[in-house]
Design a binder for this molecule. Sequence first.
Ligand code: AP5
Length: 216
Amino acid sequence: MDIILLGPPGAGKGTQAARLVDERGLVQLSTGDMLRAAAKAGTPVGLQAKKVMEAGELVSDAIVSALIGERLDAAEAAGGAIFDGYPRTGAQAEALDLLLAERGRRLDHVIELDVDEQALVDRVTGRFTCAACGEGYHDRYKLPAVAGACDVCGGREFRRRPDDNAATVRTRMAEYRAKTAPILPFYEARGLVRRVDGMASIEKVGASIDAILDGS
Ligand code: AP5
């Protein structure tokens, strides 16, 4: 099963993708995570992407589509993938069709997380992750059970993304409206788009996605 999770910054794509990995054995292909890993490793692509990401703008179509193609060829992605943060432009949507067709695959669902952009600024600026295992938290919606210690690994160091500040989030949202939302009709014409209320609780959003994937 190959599915796209679509929605603006903070819509909950990463949260839901991680759950689907745990519960359904799908692979999460997050171009944001891949680019942050490249930036951390200091590769030429990573260093170039770092500046663009910190400005809240989009990295070039060619770079992100090449990253997705590489990961689709890894054995772990053979059973199905969740595209998280990709595609984000018309050119990327066309590239993904081609990448899947070349591998005898095609999209099963495009799930749009429908959200209130104002509330998202709060979600994104309150987000932090465990530095050791990457588990995600939020200042108000999802705190560790024991203050200062990660629920999963017990790590005591946490990180915030440099692009998770209010000004950059607004640029990221403008990019979403201008370049990503317009790809929805491309998938609507093929009857692939299902909308989910992304303002519901994390559990309810998950249940709505499960209902779509299970065809109920
Ligand atoms: P990327 O890493 O993809 O970031 P994004 O799309 O801005 O999405 P986020 O990770 O911010 O949000 P999310 O929807 O995953 O929300 P999350 O689940 O964490 O991209 C970053 C940058 O990389 C881009 O700006 C661009 O520069 C570059 N890039 C990446 N892909 C690219 C591409 N294809 N083309 C070009 N450039 C690209 O949730 C957020 C918070 O809310 C969490 O704390 C979570 O706990 C909480 N939360 C989640 N759901 C709920 C809920 N239902 N109720 C309450 N709280 C919730």
